[in-house]
Design a protein around this ligand. Sequence first.
Ligand SMILES: Cc1cc2nc3c(=O)[nH]c(=O)nc-3n(C[C@H](O)[C@H](O)[C@H](O)COP(=O)(O)OP(=O)(O)OC[C@H]3O[C@@H](n4cnc5c(N)ncnc54)[C@H](O)[C@@H]3O)c2cc1C
Length: 286
Amino acid sequence: MIGTFEYVRVGSIKEGCEILVAQDKRAVALAGGTDLLVNIRNTGRSPDLLVDFKQVEQMNDLVTDSDAGVKIGACVPLNVIADNRPINERHGALAQAARSIGSYQVRNRATLGGNIANASPAADTAPALLVLGASVNVEGKDGSREIPIDELFTGVKKTSLKQGEVITDIVLPSLGSQVRSAFIKKQRVRGHDLAIINMAACYSPDTGMLRVAIGSCAVTPILLPEVAVSMDEPIDELVKRLNVVAQDAISPIDDIRASAEYRRGLVPVLLHDLIRYVLSPGGGRR
Ligand SMILES: Cc1cc2nc3c(=O)[nH]c(=O)nc-3n(C[C@H](O)[C@H](O)[C@H](O)COP(=O)(O)OP(=O)(O)OC[C@H]3O[C@@H](n4cnc5c(N)ncnc54)[C@H](O)[C@@H]3O)c2cc1C
């Protein structure tokens, strides 16, 4: 049984933020509703007012530019991101992560802004955004500001957004055409299931630097320190090296999806597949 609440659809970010601020904690932002409405139904607790930003034009823009990077409105549905050609070509990890979420129907409603604002440790787009060096633009009563994605997640379902602030868009920096990124997810079943672990990696042949991020293994998704990769180093050695860092950084728990021990055991397995893919486009590396 779903509780009762008021609903208002806004036409601009300013209008929505003013309502959120005026209502204080009694109102929350609504985008696709695939987390929020499920949560209201499951807990039987609802805010007094849902402020629907989904029709705000500016939050539905998706601008790709090979020099300037990509700007994705917070309310752009995940299917649009999954199918966007420049994102697939230049920021593959995000397209793959978006495609892995829920079902086609869920992805038609679910938004990128909602996935990160919800701040689940298992949010699939989070590791991809972390390795791609994304930032989010937010707006609130004190104006607008930019938050690097690694400063957005502060705990389980907690972010550094202030009361009344909304994410307006997500920005991905331009990456060279040689940069290769990928996302991988282990779930109990194919289809509608959150990740036991998810992971993304991004490798730049120009700088020789590799970034890896891991989700569902701590209270927030975790970006590991960037590592320099030598092409002489066998993949197995690199995986061992990264696994030591990763095991130190994560603090997985036992839950309905898997035990902490199983999650720890999966880390080197996923690292191996992911790193092999980003370092060796043809699949030929040792
Ligand atoms: C069947 C099913 C399967 C799913 N599978 C997956 C999965 O595999 N992986 C995964 O990561 N998730 C999954 N989800 C969760 C959900 O679909 C995603 O997290 C989705 O991206 C949430 O986006 P939304 O637009 O629906 O957010 P909403 O439900 O509208 O909002 C979620 C939260 O974010 C806040 N919010 C929304 N937009 C903004 C904004 N612009 N600024 C500030 N706050 C905002 C809301 O107030 C709310 O607290 C699944 C959900 C369902 C129902």
